[in-house]
Design a protein around this ligand. Structure first.
Ligand code: HEC
Length: 185
């Protein structure tokens, strides 16, 4: 019996390794199609950051500029670098940070202070007919949500579809993706 099990165990171990290497980190849904907030996104590939972008039709409530940081899961980055296309399983995390200035030794400039917003763009054609779905984990004044239902397409998808430079993604603002696209590294 043990002899028969052994090859199976090896196979299982190899399959496990293959999953870890080619699997799409952070791509996890509940049975209700809610997206589970990836905890580990800061270990992913950093796509780019911006300061003070205000979208068309949006007003910054307090007028304060925010930093936006965007991360992409590594397997999706690799595929994008190789093929120039975002594969199913792509997750892009957007974090919104307050900007702070004039503290301690600083005479000028601003740095990222508090994390105040968190959202995800997820490519999942098997689950969503629009292919990309958008999720917000921000619940003002409370801890970030552990999971979120997809926003309605007109709340997020439409603007991304119309203005994102490549396949709904705002690649025009992300130097890491701009430079890597289809170049293999
Ligand atoms: C009016 C246009 C507009 C709308 C509506 C919009 N976004 Fe975006 N989104 C942007 C722009 C511009 C960027 C890129 C720059 C940035 O914010 O850093 C972006 C970037 C993102 C990113 C980073 C990955 C990517 O696709 O570029 C995520 C995640 C994201 N938005 C989530 C959302 C969610 C969730 C909603 C709806 C609740 C939403 N967005 C609605 C314009 C929009």
């Amino acid at each position: 019996m043990a002899r028969r099990l052994f090859p199976l165990l090896i196979l299982a171990a190899i399959a496990g390794m293959a999953y870890a290497q080619s699997g799409f980190q952070g791509f996890r849904f509940t049975s209700e199609n809610e997206f589970i907030r990836p905890q580990e996104y800061r270990r992913w590939i950093f796509a780019g950051s911006s300061l003070g972008l205000v979208y068309e039709g949006e007003e910054q409530a307090d007028g304060a500029e925010r930093f936006h940081n965007v991360y992409i899961n590594p397997a999706a980055y690799d595929a994008y670098a190789k093929t120039g296309e975002f594969p199913a399983g792509t997750v892009l995390m957007l974090e919104i940070m307050t900007a702070r200035e004039k503290t301690s030794i600083l005479n000028g400039g601003r740095y990222e202070d508090q994390l105040v917003g968190l959202a995800a763009a997820v490519k999942a054609p098997d689950r969503f007919k629009e292919k990309w779905a958008y999720f917000s984990f921000t619940d003002p004044g409370k801890p970030f949500l552990e999971k979120a239902a997809a926003n309605k397409p007109e709340e997020c998808w439409t603007c991304h579809k119309q203005h994102g430079a490549d396949d709904n993604v705002f690649v025009q603002f992300y130097p890491t993706l701009r430079d890597a696209r289809g170049k293999g590294n």
